[in-house]
Design a protein around this ligand. Structure first.
Ligand code: NAD
Length: 266
């Protein structure tokens, strides 16, 4: 992680969906600044343990893992409770877990709609409702929801995802208003395309839905939306996250920050 730094020594961060992609990069960015980390997500147990240990070895912080499925309200409750049991505090909550499905609305399976809304939106409600009492008690807290450029604008064939991410932006604003006087902030980061496993898997689906080649999807669909014509990099998101969790970010509240090379300016 190049560039920005914050002093998060002794703080504790939960990052949902941090076994891969953006969530893992954000977890490592927070750990690099001294925060102890509660990882979460799906994946191979051996690989997750390697990821967890690498954070401890690379940054000299404590890292734990909780396998709560973001489809299950009681497991999400236990993620927050276990973080408090293990570390005795919760300073930073990053809601990042998410899935995607690219399909015409009339072909989107009902079960997939339900899962996208549950994992991408409803899980944020559950983590936040359990985290806020801990943060209120501590007198400080930072909640960051990883929405998307698709929390601000739409694209075809992404009805559930766009609906969920617009919902995340609405949830962010509402929570921000409720916690503002408690020295807690709640903001959303809205990335453009980042070349993660989630995006790799979308390329083939989008090619099918639009009847074009995979190369054309990258050039004409994904990067054509981003005026920079470049994928967003992990560091670009980590830098904003570090600002938001720092004391300098205390007045940023209820905002949805685009990090998408100018996509939503058009
Ligand atoms: P990814 O597929 O690499 O990672 C997703 C993470 O979520 C993984 O750790 C996965 O295990 C976890 N996850 C999925 N379902 C889960 C469940 N039921 N319970 C617990 N964990 C679960 O994806 P990514 O691209 O890194 O996406 C991370 C977030 O960023 C998502 O919310 C996504 O919508 C958002 N985002 C991504 C992009 C992009 O271009 N990659 C752009 C904008 C927003």
């Amino acid at each position: 992680m190049g560039g920005l730094k914050a002093d998060l020594s002794g703080q504790v961060a939960v990052i949902t969906g941090s076994t891969s992609g953006i969530g893992l990069a954000l977890a490592r960015g927070l750990a690099a600044c001294g925060a102890n980390i509660m990882l979460n997500g799906l994946g191979d147990a051996g690989e997750i343990e390697t990821t967890r240990k690498a954070i401890e070895d690379d940054f000299g912080v404590k890292a734990a893992f909780h396998g709560a499925n973001m489809l299950e309200a009681d497991e999400i409750a236990d993620l927050i409770a276990e973080t408090n049991r293990a570390f005795g505090r919760l300073d930073i909550l990053v809601n990042n877990a998410g899935i995607q499905q690219v399909a015409k609305i009339e072909e989107l399976p009902v079960a997939k709609w339900d899962a996208i809304i549950a994992i991408n939106l409803t899980s944020c409600f559950h983590t936040i409702r359990h985290a806020v009492p801990l943060m209120r008690k501590a007198g400080r807290g930072r909640i960051i929801n990883i929405a998307s450029a698709h929390g601000l604008v739409a694209s075809p064939f992404k009805s559930a995802y766009v609906a969920a991410k617009h919902g995340v932006v609405g949830l962010t604003k509402t929570v921000a208003l409720e916690v503002a006087e408690a020295n807690i902030t709640c903001n959303a980061i809205c990335p453009g395309y980042v070349r993660t496993p989630l995006v790799e898997s979308q390329i083939a689906d989008t090619a099918k839905a639009r009847g074009i080649s995979e190369e054309e999807v990258v050039r004409d669909v994904m990067l054509s939306a981003q005026p920079t014509k470049k994928f967003v990099e992990y560091d670009h998101l980590t830098g904003l996250l570090l600002y938001l969790v720092s004391d300098a970010g205390a007045s940023a509240n209820g905002a949805a920050f685009p990090v998408e090379g100018g996509w939503t300016a058009a």
